[in-house]
Design a protein around this ligand. Structure first.
Ligand code: F1X
Length: 552
């Protein structure tokens, strides 16, 4: 049984987007049209005449009041909202297309909320117990035991489908954002009936709270051991890349300008794929995987990449290359990475970013990570520093040859140098760890939007970022990426955006005009194709770069 199968129940047969259009009972807004019509019926008079006084029916001949009986109204079940919702009716509980929610048995939300999150939390508790058993200071021990108690309480809430409560003011910069969201849109909602994206993010925020209210363990990362361990078990793929890329990138001198450009294009496309598929090693999905399984997921060979390109179902790599080249024509641009996973994926991101700098396609790369542990393996500042320093000083790979170790060291030293020179910058805005989708980014984090609007290209890595870009809802697979990401494409000043994502959850967009048919075929032929990480998308939105950002 694959590690995926071990944690996913077999109930994913329904093509979510198609059926869901008829069955989003979660939306409170369904009731509104009925209510409004009832209320209005008391006021409706023909030709704008003043309504008659209460209790009177007006003159005999004139139809002075339209009567509206409840029986004239369609039943509540028959009222179907039209999708996509109009912009003014979209909010975090009512995405443009139906949200996925924990109780939707056909969606990955169901498996995640019901099984995966308790498993992940359970493993987190095991990790803290391990730490506890190696601690000697009484005050720190008592403090950590209280963290475990809070984790146990969270586990109980998850299992009993408790209502979502506000976040305790633990001094984190995002408390107000979280509590605003909960108060405005999720009062009375539970882990199972709130939109999946919000409920899942909320669980990780609550996990953080277990530690952030403590005295000595505020920065404890229950996933840190797992993250380090998986990287050190990625021996083959790590050295395959370091042995190839430690040497600075050069082009043969006797090549014509055209040939040089072609060589760069091929390298760019290969590295884009390396960066993309680096996203399939995701700890939150691959609990307990073996070294063999890691190896097969991380195969980075050129021939393999040619074969895997056919699994990129929405593929804008050609446009991405044209964008990158145009940046160089303007003396090299600023490229931002909104990071996803630590360890091997981050390592692949850095190999890619290294090439972008060396080739002059970018003169500056900004990496955006999380402020605290998030969705198990997301990059924090600590993971970032760990990777750089382990590459240079670590002893992670006892079986490596001297040549291999040296290649890793050289790569690490070059990357650290980029940081010193300000060519690479690591950042961590609080917005990335909220339950907001990126449709709300311009409004809820205007400073971040302004900052990103100054970038020439923002690359969003991974599945979670893709869910946030697309509001994690059941948009038809043929939906254009630009439409699916809403304000992140249409707001004045929106940067060019690229989503590099291996498909690991229900939302799938940007597959082109035949997208719905492609998805339907895969639904029939390959159960679980939306969560296996075998397929991917590379989608580009041109945005509205250069336009003045105006906040209303
Ligand atoms: O963002 P990533 O690391 O690519 O994926 C995150 C993920 O593992 O977590 C979610 C389910 O818990 C899914 O969206 C996705 O499969």
């Amino acid at each position: 049984m694959s590690p995926l199968r071990a944690i996913i129940p077999g109930r994913l047969e329904k093509p979510a987007w198609a059926e869901e259009l008829n069955a989003d009972f979660s939306s409170d807004r369904h009731q509104l049209p009925i209510k409004r019509q009832i209320d209005m019926s008391a006021q409706v008079v023909p030709n704008g005449a003043a309504p008659p006084p209460n209790g009177t029916t007006g003159t005999k001949d004139a139809p002075n009041r339209m009567s509206l009986k409840l029986s004239h109204l369609p039943s509540r079940q028959k009222i179907k909202p039209v999708y996509p919702r109009s912009p003014s009716t979209i909010d975090p509980n009512n995405p443009p297309w139906p949200a996925y929610r924990g109780y939707h048995e056909y969606s990955f939300a169901y498996a995640t909320m019901g099984q995966r999150l308790p498993t992940i939390l359970g493993k987190g508790i095991e990790d803290v117990v391990l730490t506890l058993n190696q601690e000697y200071d009484e005050e720190r021990i008592i403090d950590l035991v209280q963290c475990i108690e809070r984790m146990n309480a969270l586990m109980k809430e998850l299992q009993e489908q408790a209502k979502l409560r506000p976040i305790i003011d633990d001094g984190e910069a995002d408390v107000a954002l979280w509590n605003k969201l909960i108060a405005k849109y999720f009062q009375g909602k539970t882990f199972m009936n709130a939109p999946w994206l919000f409920a899942e993010a909320y669980k990780y925020r609550r996990l953080q709270e277990c530690f952030s209210v403590s005295k000595h363990w505020k920065n404890y990362d229950v996933f840190f051991r797992q993250k380090c361990d998986t990287f050190s078990r990625s021996h083959d793929a790590v050295f395959e890349l370091s042995m190839r890329f430690a040497e600075p990138f050069t082009l043969k001198e006797n090549l014509s300008a055209e040939e040089k450009l072609e060589a760069e294009r091929l390298m760019f496309l290969e590295l884009t794929q390396i960066c993309l598929w680096g996203n399939s090693t995701d700890l939150s999905l691959l609990i307990n995987m073996t070294e063999e399984q890691i190896k097969s997921l991380q195969s980075t060979g050129g021939a393999n990449l040619a074969a895997t390109e056919k699994n990129i179902l929405g593929n804008h790599m050609k446009q991405l290359w044209e964008t990158a080249v145009s940046l160089r024509a303007n003396t090299g641009g600023r490229i931002d990475f909104v990071l996803d996973n630590a360890g091997f994926e981050l390592y692949c991101d850095c190999v890619y970013a290294d090439f972008l700098i060396q080739s002059g396609l970018a003169k500056e790369v900004r990496f955006h990570g999380k402020r605290y542990p998030w969705f198990v393996s997301d990059v924090t500042k600590k993971d970032w520093s760990w990777l750089m320093n382990s590459m240079v000083y670590g002893h992670l790979f006892p079986k490596a040859t001297e040549e291999e170790k040296d290649s890793l060291r050289r790569l690490g030293m070059r990357w650290k140098q980029y940081e010193k020179e300000g060519k690479w910058v690591y950042e961590q805005h609080p917005f990335w760890c909220t339950g907001f989708t990126f449709w709300e980014l311009p409004n809820e984090a205007p400073d971040l939007f302004l900052h990103l609007s100054r970038s020439d290209l923002v690359i969003f890595k991974g599945d979670l970022n893709h869910r946030k870009l697309t509001y994690d809802c059941a948009a038809p697979p043929s939906t254009d990426f630009d439409i699916a990401i809403g304000p992140m494409a249409s707001t004045a000043g929106a940067p060019r955006i690229c989503s590099l994502r291996t498909i690991k959850s229900d939302v799938v967009v940007g597959l082109g005009p035949d997208g719905n048919e492609i998805a339907e075929r895969l639904d029939k032929e390959e159960e679980g194709w939306k969560i296996s990480g075998k397929y991917a998308v590379v989608l580009l939105s041109e945005g509205r770069p250069g336009e003045k950002v105006i906040f209303t």
